[in-house]
Write a protein that binds this ligand. Structure first.
Ligand SMILES: NC(=O)C1=CN([C@@H]2O[C@H](COP(=O)(O)OP(=O)(O)OC[C@H]3O[C@@H](n4cnc5c(N)ncnc54)[C@H](O)[C@@H]3O)[C@@H](O)[C@H]2O)C=CC1
Ligand SMILES: O=C(CO)COP(=O)(O)O
Length: 332
């Protein structure tokens, strides 16, 4: 049994906390929202972010006290909206035990710096890369919380540490695989959200499977090219964290990114879609970061650029697709 602390009791933080408790660990949730802490601590529920679960495991508790939350943690899991990770983690820098592994569930790129979450977490906590672990895969929180069979990928520069975390989150319904390709996991998880925005938008505007398949496939090519340029292993993009997560996210109304895009496609403004969103749609701030990263690495990002024009300039779905179709005929 391992003491594990989860920072951030959103939908995925809470669902993953339940996975960890089901795997036999003692789980402490930390949240910035006092009402969520009270709900988990007193009622074993998170009716704010994961209302579908009526009773969280007895081995899951919550505190709002940062020092108390991490004092005995052997593994610390970070599940905070990506754009707020740096500021939130700064408060934990001097509190985390010197041997703890730090796991990120986050799927986003920091807009202000263009940095991946592995970079943000290691910088914020002054953490050596061998103690940083990324988890990414097709893991829609509600379905994992329902204990439907799912798989994920656990990545760390030190494969033994990836195995330690994989073992800690393995249950009868949750199957982890391991890799050392942290960059690949980070790029897949972040970029598939941008693709899901575009697919959702097309679906919301009434387009069918051909259009969705085109965006997903061209999106996969874009994220693979950018990922390779950033140093990722191309194999990762064909796996659970790449194709797998694209299929899950781009095909499900449970995805906040897909739903955000669908609302745009139905004619809502970015502001209205933000208000309608049930949790963070990471693809929104990540889109511009992807365009900037593409420029920096010399990789064209037609899909992210078109979505950036949707988000920043309010172009229509037809114009977004027109941008994707534009340009010369090239080899696939
Ligand atoms: N929901 C899902 O199905 C999955 C989500 N993810 C990723 O996990 C991350 C978290 O997602 P969810 O829990 O679903 O999002 P959510 O929207 O339900 O929760 C976001 C969390 O971030 C916290 N937060 C925001 N600003 C903060 C701050 N300044 N200080 C401390 N905490 C702050 C909120 O309190 C909340 O706990 C995201 O990066 C998401 O892309 C990954 C896999 C699946
Ligand atoms: O990452 C996810 C599934 O793997 C969840 O996607 P959303 O953040 O779009 O809900």
């Amino acid at each position: 049994m391992t003491n594990i602390t989860v920072l951030g009791a959103g939908a995925w933080g809470t669902a993953f906390g339940q996975v960890l408790a089901d795997a036999g660990n003692t789980v402490t949730m930390w949240a910035i929202e006092p009402e969520i802490v009270t709900d988990i601590h007193e009622h074993h529920r998170n009716s704010y972010r994961l209302p579908s679960v009526e009773q969280l495991p007895a081995t899951m508790d919550a505190t709002g006290d940062r020092a108390q939350a991490v004092a005995h943690a052997e593994i610390i899991v970070v599940a905070i909206a990506a754009q707020f990770a740096r500021v939130a983690l700064a408060e934990f820098k001097d509190l985390i035990p010197s041997t703890a592994l730090v796991v990120s569930l986050m799927k986003g790129i920091e807009r202000t710096t263009g940095k991946r979450m592995d970079q943000v977490v290691c910088e914020s906590l002054n953490l050596p890369e061998e103690r940083f672990v990324a988890i990414s895969g097709p893991n829609l929180s509600k379905q994992v919380a329902d204990r439907q069979p799912a798989a994920t990928v656990v990545g760390c520069a030190d494969i033994d540490n990836a195995r330690t975390v994989a073992k800690a989150c393995e249950t009868k319904y949750f199957k982890p695989f391991v890799t050392t390709d942290v960059i690949g996991l980070e790029m897949c998880g972040s970029l598939k959200n941008v693709v899901a925005l575009a697919v959702g938008m097309a679906r919301g505007a009434g387009y069918g499977e051909n259009t969705a398949a085109m965006i997903e496939t061209r999106g996969l090519a874009e994220l693979t090219a950018l990922g390779k340029a950033a140093g990722a292993d191309p194999k990762t993009f064909a796996g659970l964290a790449g194709v797998g997560d694209l299929v899950a996210t781009c095909g499900s109304p449970l995805s906040r990114n897909y739903t955000f895009g669908a609302n745009l496609g139905k004619g809502l403004s970015v502001e209205e879609a933000t208000k309608a969103s049930n949790g963070v749609a990471e693809g929104v701030p990540t889109t511009d970061a992807v365009v900037a990263l593409g420029r920096q690495l010399g990789v064209p990002t037609p899909l992210a650029s078109a979505m950036s024009d949707v988000l920043d300039k309010g172009i229509s779905c037809a114009d977004m697709l027109g941008e994707l179709f534009g340009g010369d005929i090239t080899e696939e």
